[in-house]
Structures are given as C-alpha cells and as structure tokens.
Design a protein around this ligand. Structure first.
Ligand code: AMP
Length: 526
C-alpha cells in the first residue's frame, strides 16, 4: 500500500494532510496523483463521490500551480452548485500556505459578487457549466491560458443536459492545458469527450475485487451527523456484552470518539496510524483480553487486526468504497458466531449507501434506533437477571454478614435502593441521554435545504444564523438543523412548512434582487 510520502507530494502538503487527519491515499489518489505530478498525460478516472477524488486531482494541481499569476490557472466543472461549493472548500482546505485563490462560481449567486472576485484575480475557478458560459459570454472570465481543466462527475453533467455547455467551454480553452475527467460511470458519450477533447490520456479505474459478504446481520440507522455519538451510546448500552470495532474516517475522528466514550464512562481506546508499534500492541492486547471492549479505529489502523468474535462492527463513518465496507464488516460473525454490522448514514449519504449495497451485492436493512426508555429498561432487566444469578450461586459469607448488619438498621427496600444507587449512579437517568432527531421520517420532500448568501466573512456564525431565522419567521430553534456556515455562504435545513415561510418572506422583501435565502438547488451529493 502506498503512502502519501510515496506519491511525490511536497513537505508542506504532507503537513496539511497530517493536519486534516488523512492517513493514507485512497486508491484513486494513489493512482492519479503521481501521474498528474509527472506532468504528461491527461486522465480519465472512474470514481464515485466519496472516494477522495477531489483531493486526487486537487492535491497535484495545487502543487503545480504558481503563485502571483494574473490569469485563471485551473477550471473545475461540476454539475451542481453544492458540489461546486464542496469541491472549492475541499481544495481550499488542501492548499496549505500557498497563496492561491479558489472560488466557486455558480448560478443563483449574485453575478456582481462573482465579478468582483474574478476581477481581483482567481487561480482556480470551480463552476457549474451554465454560469461559466454566462461569464465567458460577458467576457468576464478568460480561460485561454489555463494549465488544468477538470470535469468532475462528468456523467452527471451529461445527465443534466450540460453536454453542449461543456463542449462550448472546452472550445474556449487553450489546447495545451491538461485535462482530467472523473466519472462514476463510463458511457460512450464520456469516452467521446475524451477522444475529441483530450490529449494522450490514461484511463484509471479503481479495481473492484470480487466482493463477498459474510453472514453478518447488516443494518443501518439514518442519523444526522451531530446525533451519531448519542446513537452509538444507545447501541452499546442496549447490548448485553458489546465487543466491537468502530470505524471512523480520520484519526482525529477516531480519537475524538474514543475520548468522548471514555468521558462517558466506557472502556474504549483509539487505534490509528500515528501510534508506535509498541503502543499499538498494548492497545490490541487490552482489547483481546477485553479490558477494553470498544476499539475506535481508522481503516488503516484496523488492517491486520486479528481479533475474533466481535459482536459488532460499527461504521461510524461510511466507508470510502464497497470493498472497504466488505472488509470492515468481515470482522464480525467469525467462527460461526453471529455478529452485527451497523452503519450510520446521514440523509445526504443515502445515495452512497445504495451504491455500496448494490456493489457489495448485500442486503443492509434499515432499522430504528433504540429509544431511551428501552435502553434503560434493558439495563434494568440485565441487572435483575445478573443479580438473580448471583443469588442462585453461592453467596460469600462476608457479604451476607454485611447485608444482615445493614438490614438491622434499615428497611430492605431502602437499603437495596441505596445500594443500587451506589452501584449504578445515574445509569437509569433518562437525562443522561439526549434526544436524537428523527431523520427517518423526514425524507427529501419533508425537509428543505436552504442556501443563505452570507457566510463567515460576513461575520455569520451558526448561532447568529439560528437567531436570525428565529427572529424573521418565529421558527423554533429545534427545527433548524444541518447548519453549515462556510466562508461566503451557508446552508441550513428546515421542515418543509417553515422553509416555505422563510422563502416567502425573502421573496417579498428583496424585490428585484437575489433574495438572501433561497432553496439550495440540488441535494447535497454526499
Ligand atoms: P470526495 O470523494 O472527494 O468527495 O471525498 C470524500 C471525503 O473523503 C471527503 O470528506 C474528504 O475530505 C475525505 N477524504 C479524501 N481523501 C481522504 C483520505 N486520503 N483519507 C481520509 N479521508 C479522505
């Protein structure tokens, strides 16, 4: 397996990746980064969203771009506004100390604002085809001296009817640029674009092995990202003897989850690539001996762990690809014992789960999270039956003696209650659990994602955004979800009815101008 160090990236970039918690390149990154850095061939890459393809082209492009260049150096075309924003944010987060300006340009945002940033000079434009054409026609964007052109989610762009626009944009660029096209599928039209508009290109697929899934019971829960931890606790608490691996995407996430679990009183530990061999062995030994029954790990760190009889594998974060899903869950249900694989899916990731299901040819059932009441009842039942078992076995004399002593001065119910309280302090308290938002009952129709044309640079914070929405339309705070405040704009999710109220308010107040809040055009893709 290749490491980021093997791919020819600079020290600065390696530092950025370390900070972001990326431990090793994803397959598409391992393939494309060296080829792009080598500076010769164009690339046609078959990769889904979620495989790390943004960094696959973003990292080498950032390495190769120069600072203080007057013209646009790279253009990334993406099918939807949300993808354009996400891609621009991801590239921005990877650029390190390099002075480069990366700007998303998409329909729906005010043209004036875009004109201003284009005038100031932009190195990387991430845009949707329609709006890029607008700017080309107004001559406010020149693409005659670009070094890189990326077509992201090319098949989606074709599905959305952008073939003509894309072709036109391609014709407005200089022939000596390097072109990279990424697409989940490779229909004939895609290959035709490659033949017509690209130079000598290399076709890169991410190899699909033969996927087989064990007999593990596989379920998924739909949860919003902020509720994942609470969901995890409920799952662990309702199990009689949880012994499981929890997969996170980055080592930072793994550590955070493990630390939260420890804070809440669980015996957990984190396993990630930054540990020395000695530390790793120590943690694994504790896990094997069940001194620690929860291990939170990244894919890389979990590789090669030979621990048997896990009751659970939990995908706290969706795996990168179907292969990795199969690999992860293959760790339960070994040696004839049954195991459960649980996957957390945020509403935005639903499509990716379907893809994993299909590719891994496996059935992953939807399930509902246990309710707090049920978790607490199960705990109580468990204690009752464990106590009964102890009573049935021989009780030790010194305990019996102490018991008689205690009973002489108190009533049996009182002293037993006191003992339970002493032993299970706070364990049956509903308040120690928090509410989990029911995202299963609100489908795409039920909730509306809204786009807010203000972001961090306008001084917006999640709290200010919530206060603002509350003030404008009296929407209850607990109905405002999925708040994402980015540099120049933000997103928020509201129930259908509330969203309509808010949209109506802004439609009315901003006649003739783009309203501050509009419907986010496309659903988030990940
Ligand atoms: P993408 O396919 O580009 O949409 O990326 C999917 C997600 O994976 C994004 O949230 C990235 O931040 C994350 N990601 C990309 N590369 C890596 C990596 N090498 N290790 C861990 N996470 C990554």
């Amino acid at each position: 397996m290749k490491s980021f160090e093997d791919l020819g990236l600079t020290e600065d970039t390696l530092k950025v990746l370390k900070r972001k918690g990326y431990e090793e390149p994803t397959p598409i990154q391992a393939k494309t980064i060296p080829v792009i850095l080598a500076g010769e061939k164009d690339i046609v890459g078959q990769a889904q969203t979620g495989t790390g393809k943004t960094a696959a082209f973003g990292l080498p492009i950032l390495e190769l771009l120069r600072e203080n260049v007057k013209n646009v150096q790279a253009l990334v075309l993406a099918p939807t506004r949300e993808l354009a924003i996400q891609v621009a944010e991801e590239i921005n987060s990877l650029k390190g100390k390099k002075k480069l300006s990366i700007v998303p340009i998409y329909g729906g945002q005010s043209i004036d604002m875009q004109l201003r940033s284009l005038k100031k000079g932009v190195d990387v434009v991430v845009g949707t085809p329609g709006r890029i054409i607008d700017h080309l026609e107004r001559r406010t964007l020149r693409l005659g001296e670009i070094s890189f052109l990326v077509l992201d989610e090319a098949d989606e762009m074709l599905n959305m009817g952008f073939l003509e626009d894309v072709t036109k944009i391609l014709e407005n660029t200089n022939p000596d640029k390097r072109t990279m096209m990424f697409s989940a599928t490779m229909p004939r039209e895609i290959m035709r674009i490659a033949e017509r508009h690209m130079g000598d290109y290399e076709l890169m697929g991410v190899q699909k092995g033969n996927l087989t899934v064990s007999q593990t019971d596989q379920i998924y829960f739909e949860v919003s990202p902020s509720d994942k931890f609470e969901a995890l606790c409920r799952i662990i608490d309702i199990e009689e003897s949880f012994y499981g691996l929890i997969f996170c995407r980055t080592k930072i996430d793994a550590e955070t989850v493990a630390n939260h679990l420890i804070d809440r009183g669980y015996d957990a530990d984190a396993l990630h690539g930054d540990l020395s061999q000695g530390q790793r062995e120590k943690i694994l030994n504790k896990f094997r001996k069940r001194q620690v029954n929860i291990l939170v790990a990244t894919d890389v760190a979990a590789r090669g762990i030979d621990v048997r009889d896990l009751t659970h594998v939990i995908n706290y974060a969706l795996p990168q690809d179907p292969e990795s899903y199969v690999h992860r869950i293959g760790r339960t249900g070994r040696a004839g014992k049954e195991g459960t694989a649980i996957t957390f899916v945020t509403p935005e990731e639903y499509r990716k789960l379907q893809y994993i299901k299909k590719s891994a040819k496996t059935d992953i059932r939807r399930a509902t999270l246990p309710k707090v009441k049920d978790v607490i009842n199960t705990k109580k039942q468990r204690i009752k039956s464990e106590l009964a078992e102890i009573v049935n076995s021989k009780l030790q004399d010194n305990y019996l003696e102490m018991s008689r002593d205690l009973l002489s001065g108190n009533s049996p119910d009182e002293i037993l209650a006191a003992l339970l309280q002493y032993a299970f302090h706070g364990e049956f308290d509903e308040k120690s659990y928090t509410e989990i938002e029911d995202v299963t009952s609100v489908d795409n129709k039920g909730r509306t994602r809204l786009f807010v044309a203000k972001g961090k640079k306008d001084g917006l914070t999640p709290k200010k955004l919530v206060d603002f929405i509350r003030e404008k339309c009296g929407v209850r705070e607990d109905k405002i979800k999925g708040i994402q405040v980015l540099e120049k704009f933000s997103f928020v999710t509201l129930p259908f009815h509330e969203a309509e109220m808010l949209l109506e308010h802004f439609r009315k107040t901003k006649k003739g101008r783009w309203p501050l809040i509009t419907r986010a055009k496309e659903g988030k893709k990940k």
